[in-house]
Design a protein around this ligand. Sequence first.
Ligand code: GBH
Length: 473
Amino acid sequence: RNLRDRARPRELPDGFWLGSATASYQIEGAVDADGRTPSIWDRFCRVPGAIAHGDTGDVACDHYRRVPTDVALMHELGLDSYRFSVAWPRVRPDGGAVNQAGLDFYRRLVDELLDHGIHPWVTLYHWDLPQALEDAGGWLNRDTAHRFVDYALATYDAIGDRVPVWTTLNEPWCSAFLGYTSGEHAPGRQEGAAGLVAAHHLMLAHGQATEALRATGTSSQLGVTLNFTVADPADPDSAADVDAARRIDGLHNRLFLEPLLRGAYPSDVLADTEALTFGGRGWQEVIREGDLVAIHQEVDVLGVNYYQGEAVTGTPTGDGGGPHPGPGGRPVFSAFPGCESISTVDRGLPTTDMGWTVQPEGLTRLLVRLQQYGLPLHVTENGAAYDDDVVEGRVHDRERTAYLEAHLGAVLDAVDAGADVRGFFYWSLLDNFEWAHGYRRRFGMVHVDYATQVRTPKDSALRYAEIARSRKL
Ligand code: GBH
């Protein structure tokens, strides 16, 4: 776009969805209401040092009891779509029998959204595995994939026909590698190649559930959301850095993209991880005949979560790649098995409160690259944490507003370059429980005062509402 074009407002494509996203454990609270049983996050929050300041999701944004006012707020902000996740331990507590009261909550939420003309977008798994299933081995147990199918079908039976888009998993990379390798997320296991085993079983869960949902004859779209990194070599002339970027891209992005969308693991990732063992055997022994066919289901939409780009180096930096203190103080390990000597390099770009690099152009490149898989794309998460204060009823979050405008612009650049992007969900509607970082990291476009549960739309939300109204950026 030349300088003259840049001065002009840009139109959103026809039919482009503009919404926001949340996840069950991060906002709902009400952890023992109506038959819900503990998830791995309820348990992990009690592990000393796991979560900053010892925060838990017990109350969170109390969304469970505030659906009508929260949906009214979305409507006031002009959002046309809302991405939320369903809590497995509400629907099938302990992974077992169906709990009607849990399903009724999501039925009421969907009613409320549709009454306000807001398209619901469901995520079935945003990390809150029933603790009882973790006790049986969690995602290291192949049987968890079968339990996921039962849970998906029960949820679909209750609200299926009224929800136009169903996605299975949110960010299986996080579930697998932060949950079973680094230990930063629940269940907090730190077992090296176990993350690869978990990744395989998560993808199996996606495939089997997608096949079962498809077999209902559904007219809804089916898909999955992945989180991506855009990893560039710190020094493009260094063979070690180029190789480091390939390996990080392999484990973070292609490990999931290729089996899910093309039915094969990337051969370089298989070669890199061949010697890694789990339970005394090569991890790749968990891949059974027929699994890749089961994983590779037809999907209708790919959800893309993007927050940051990074520059990586393969030249050892001398910190030994060992564990370092996590957000709550408990040590966490590298999330990339076999890549412990790879590190990120500070390029002096601006960062958010998470320390993540602000790199909107990475989102354009990512979307254009993902177009090769031939699917409609939807940005299912993008957003930034900054510390905000309410002053006289206003929150002047200039940095978040700039982040939002730059990344929406980056999406429109990708559309101009031929990417088929159908919508954008800002992460997140509300400030919420930011996993191991607890409540001190605020991603919301709406401020939450946790003492009173008062919601205050930040300036970024007002700007977003204006974009939604005018359909112009
Ligand atoms: C999303 O995860 C989640 O879906 C959402 O629930 C969460 O609240 C939101 O983002 C904000 O965090 O791990 O040090 O290698 C994004 C998680 C962020 C994981 C970037 C990988 C790379 C840095 N991803 N992270 S590191």
